[in-house]
Design a protein around this ligand. Structure first.
Ligand SMILES: Cc1cc2nc3c(=O)[nH]c(=O)nc-3n(C[C@H](O)[C@H](O)[C@H](O)COP(=O)(O)OP(=O)(O)OC[C@H]3O[C@@H](n4cnc5c(N)ncnc54)[C@H](O)[C@@H]3O)c2cc1C
Length: 468
């Protein structure tokens, strides 16, 4: 593709990586506009008092050589190699994941495993009897893992994270879960394979996950990319299927940019982008209103001790816990949290704009529930704070995904517009995929690959997703 200039809206991992890839291959002019006063988007970090906290547990999986190389180039000596450490709290017991055989040799665990095995085989019989019917999320998990696993783990967990599990798009389920086979998981216990369970990851020694994106921003600026913070589009003018100019509001003024010879890459929420267009179709705006977005409360608890949790990240599938998981920030890097203190973060997901608990109520519930965990000494709690993330996930429910795809197809008719990112195209990806998607787009923008090749690569990577 030949373009004289690229304007990127949003400086999260997708937008930054697009610019990073283009600059590796070409000398095209690039400008980035980011609404916030820092880059990194949802994969960045924020400060609370003397501590740095990530927006959820982030890890840079280094199984992909491109990602490994970028991390090493950007972070240099500011890099830690961490080993995966997960726990699952279930029926008042904490299991390491993947579990160690010795932890399973007790009456409670043996009864639990027996129930899972019996239910697994009856799930296979159920699948055989119903094999010609359509499968929704619940059927898929029932047939793959059994009803016990569905009712006790998958359904309550997915309802907490994504909303009503009955409405989840079956295609999303097949893409995301088809690689997870119970037999493979069993094989993992005996012969652990790094491909199925990426156990090693990179994390910055200093600065939290944010350090990766700050380093990427520095590298871009050294390559003459202009990264404008606290700047966002206020109007997008479209004439004859082309964006002809943008109005951008920055700290002190509103500027008008001619985009006749420019490609605009947008990673900002698609529904917000639509609202800025002079020619937005009413039907598209109506569909956009029905896109379901999930927001998230992060409850940040600081303890007067060196470590609080037995493992770095704990998963809570049961309905009785309001949070989906808790991670311990200082176990990602000791340098993010004050010496001899520990910071744990619980996340709670809910429908944006729905009537949900207030931040004060959430604080109260989380404090009581965390305090009930055997391994947490709540007397050591020093402070508790709640942070709201308005845009956390696009719900993977069928109607939302259809609406998203329809809007995306329509916007693709605009010649000089490319959409990318978690809210730009509604991808449910980790930051690794955001980086790879940005690099793929950059190959197209800098004419290394054709539009058709780019489209093929895009649909290929979305088939390869693994559970993040
Ligand atoms: C709780 C949680 C845990 C996660 N855990 C992991 C993990 O362990 N590992 C992992 O790899 N990934 C993880 N992710 C996913 C990761 O955060 C995302 O994949 C990644 O941030 C997506 O990048 P993006 O650039 O597509 O979107 P975003 O990060 O959302 O970036 C979009 C950017 O656009 C900006 N923007 C929005 N509107 C405007 C506007 N109008 N004008 C200008 N700019 C605008 C935003 O401020 C933001 O900077 C997690 C995400 C969450 C929410």
């Amino acid at each position: 593709m030949s373009t004289n200039k690229i304007i990127i809206l949003g400086a999260g991992p997708s937008g930054l990586s697009t610019a990073y890839g283009v600059k590796k291959n070409s000398e095209i002019d690039i400008e980035i506009y980011e609404k916030k006063n820092k880059v990194g988007g949802l994969a960045g970090s924020f400060s609370i008092d003397k501590d740095i906290v990530d927006y959820g547990p982030h890890r840079l999986a280094i199984q992909n050589p491109q990602i490994k190389k970028i991390a090493e180039t950007l972070l240099k000596s500011n890099i830690l190699i961490n080993k995966s450490q997960h726990g699952v709290q279930f029926k008042s017991k904490l299991y390491q994941f993947p579990p160690k055989i010795k932890d399973l040799i007790n009456i409670k665990s043996i009864i639990l495993i027996s129930k899972i095995i019996i239910s697994y085989f009856s799930g296979k019989i159920h699948w055989f009897v119903n094999r010609y019917g359509n499968e929704n999320f619940n059927d898929f998990v029932h047939h793959q893992f059994g009803k016990y696993f569905l009712d006790q783990i998958a359904k309550p967990m997915s309802t907490k994270v994504w909303g009503d599990s009955n409405k989840i798009d079956p295609n999303f389920v097949t893409q995301r879960f088809s690689m997870i086979k119970p037999f493979e998981i069993f094989k993992q216990f005996i012969f652990p394979s790094p491909k199925l369970n990426p156990s090693i990851f990179y994390y910055p020694k200093y600065g939290g996950f944010q350090a990766i994106w700050d380093a990427m921003k520095d590298s871009l600026e050294n390559n003459r990319v202009k990264v404008n913070l606290e700047s966002y589009p206020t109007k997008i003018f479209i004439e004859k299927n082309k964006i002809s100019y943008l109005e951008i509001q920055n700290k002190d003024q509103c500027i008008k940019i001619n985009t006749e010879d420019t490609t605009v890459v947008s990673s900002i929420p698609i529904f917000n982008l639509l609202k800025l267009m002079n020619k937005a179709d009413d039907n598209l705006l109506e569909l956009a209103k029905k896109v379901r977005v999930r927001s998230m409360y992060l409850v940040i608890m600081k303890f007067n001790q060196n470590q609080t949790l037995p493992y770095r990240t704990l998963i809570f599938p049961e309905k009785k816990f309001i949070f989906n998981r808790i991670f311990e920030q200082n176990l990602y890097s000791r340098n993010t949290v004050e010496d001899n203190k520990s910071v744990i973060v619980a996340d709670i997901t809910f429908d944006k704009d729905s009537e949900f608990h207030s931040a004060e109520k959430i604080e109260e519930i989380v404090k009581a529930q965390v305090g009930s965990l055997k391994y947490v000494n709540i007397d050591k709690l020093e402070s508790i704070k709640v942070e709201l993330v308005e845009y956390a996930y696009v719900s993977p429910e069928e109607q939302t995904r259809k609406n998203f795809q329809f809007i995306e197809r329509k916007l693709n008719e605009i010649e000089n517009l490319e959409l990318i990112g978690r809210f730009g195209v509604g991808e449910y990806d980790n930051s690794d995929y955001a980086i790879l998607n940005g690099l793929n787009l950059s190959d197209f923008l800098s004419s290394k690959i054709s539009k058709i090749e780019y489209e093929l690569i895009k649909s290929g990577t979305s088939q390869e997703k693994i559970l993040g």
